[in-house]
Design a protein around this ligand. Structure first.
Ligand SMILES: [Zn+2]
Length: 491
């Protein structure tokens, strides 16, 4: 594994050459062509009609149906102020709530205080009961797709929250809290026992550990050092077992908070931002140990879900959606060890959204330019990111928000994942189609989709997942995906 990974890192040409060889070898192998889709599309546009249209337009053979989320990313219609696409109901669903989109069976949630709420958005509608038979009649597979996104007012959530460095309840679920773990395992069991025709599961958690969070090292919200977590009793106990000193970790995160507050107030440390940060790490290495502790909580969740799913349905794949931050932040990327995933994954959906990737990369760079890389200009930070992330030829900071990242980025990210992943793990890159971006920022065009899909297969992908949800995609963009997929599968 190490040898293969090193091989890809040797250089651009080697990686591209390897990818081409692999794509030739792969041409004869069957590929998975998936699309993410929420209940609203079947309700609005008709189940049979929608599945037929997706097969016809985009050569789709697998539906990744959103079965649990409280978020707008994978369920509901396109939210305001984004334009509605050229299909579906032409009306905004501002009162979207979310929850479980099939019929939850209470017996699987006896071990958790978190209430398994049926999404009230489509009364009387069970997306799996509706879609499974219609899809299977057409030889289309159905994978249930659920994510780690809650609303604050979900009953019982207060029994599962993280505890921050100041001892205050956090806003997110602690992955070690028994209520959280039992909720995810209950969902796995409910899916597989109540809908035995299901073809597999996919889960995603778009979060990271306290160090990365404190630094604002993502394309999301900026630095939030005061909320560094988790210091709950379950995590403290896990630390004790691993021989990590909780109090020293806490002192380290408080030092980090102080350093970041000084930066935010424009008080530049005499030694600069980076050296001062590194000094905190050297003096309190427990800061890093706590970051690893957090990740172990996530990996334990993957391991438990994988074990439960395979105990119930040994032949059905379960895999993970890996957050876009993997493309921007070397810190998060280091924690996504593709080889290690081999022990608890059948496939990885690695997010490689190159269109919204431009604005998102720019936002990441601006976030970390205020913290860890405050000694550099944002453009210098971006160039550093390109080098460290092995992207040789992307555009400067004043152009990526409008122009996005290239298809070459998709190829490189795919071939890196294929080279790094264990042989038993399939790589299904996530391709973005019309994911909302800000005013004046990159909007997806048909040729972008065509090139990105081709690049994923040139990189050796075993399939692609068109993302994030059909209800925000324009039909000409979907047809472009279909053109690329048909060219690849005919080759
Ligand atoms: Zn905790």
């Amino acid at each position: 594994m190490v040898t293969r990974r090193r091989f890809v890192q040797q250089g651009a040409l080697v990686a591209a050459g390897a990818a081409l060889t692999r794509s030739r070898a792969l041409a004869a192998a069957p590929v998975m062509t998936g699309i993410q889709i929420g209940a609203v599309s079947f309700v609005d546009e008709g189940t049979d009609k929608t599945i037929d249209a997706l097969r016809e337009m985009a050569a789709v053979d697998t539906l990744f149906v959103a079965t649990f989320t409280y978020g707008r990313g994978i369920a509901g219609r396109q939210p305001k102020p984004n334009p509605l696409p050229d299909h579906g109901k032409q009306e905004y669903d501002d009162n979207f709530r979310g929850g479980i989109f099939f019929t939850p069976h209470p017996q699987y949630y006896g071990q958790t205080r978190i209430t398994p709420e049926k999404a009230p958005d489509h009364p009387g509608y069970d997306v799996l009961a509706d879609v499974l038979p219609a899809a299977h009649r057409r030889q289309v597979k159905v994978i249930a797709w659920f994510e780690d996104v809650f609303r604050k007012d979900v009953p019982g959530l207060d029994q599962a929250l993280e505890v921050d460095v100041h001892g205050q309840p956090g806003t997110r679920l602690c992955l070690r809290n028994p209520n959280t773990r039992a909720f995810w395992l209950g969902l796995v069991e409910d899916h597989l026992r109540s809908y035995p025709e299901l073809d597999g599961l996919m889960w995603g958690s778009e979060r990271q550990g306290p160090l990365n969070d404190a630094l604002g090292a993502s394309h999301g919200e900026g630095a939030r050092p005061a909320q560094s977590a988790c210091f709950c009793p379950h995590c403290r106990e896990a630390a004790r077992r691993m021989g990590i000193d909780t109090e020293r970790a806490r002192q380290g995160y408080l030092a980090l908070e102080e350093w970041l507050a000084a930066q935010a107030q424009g008080r530049k440390p005499a030694d600069g931002a980076f050296v001062t940060f590194w000094r905190i790490l050297v003096e309190q290495p427990e800061v890093l140990a706590w970051e690893r502790l957090w990740n172990e909580g996530l990996r334990d969740t993957y391991r438990d879900m994988y074990a439960r799913a395979h105990a119930l349905a040994p032949g059905k794949p379960i895999g993970w959606h890996l957050w876009h931050t993997n493309s921007f932040a070397p810190f998060y990327r280091a924690e996504q060890d593709y080889a290690a995933f081999g022990k608890y994954s059948d496939y990885l959906k690695v997010v490689m959204y190159n269109n919204c990737g431009g604005p998102r990369m720019a936002r990441y760079v601006r976030n970390v330019s205020k913290t860890l890389f405050a000694d550099l200009t944002p453009e210098e930070t971006l160039q550093l990111v390109y080098r460290i992330q092995q992207y040789p030829s992307e555009k400067p900071l004043d152009r990526i928000p409008q122009e996005g990242l290239s298809a070459e980025y998709v190829l490189r990210e795919t071939s890196r994942a294929v080279a790094g992943a264990a042989p038993n793990v399939k790589v299904w890159p996530g391709i973005d189609i019309d994911i909302p971006t800000g005013p004046g920022e990159k909007k997806t065009q048909p040729d972008d989709v065509y090139q990105a899909v081709k690049a994923a297969f040139a990189g050796g992908a075993h399939g692609v997942i068109l993302s994030r949800k059909y209800s925000e995609m324009r039909l000409d963009n979907l047809r472009a995906a279909g053109r690329a997929i048909r060219e690849v599968t005919r080759a």
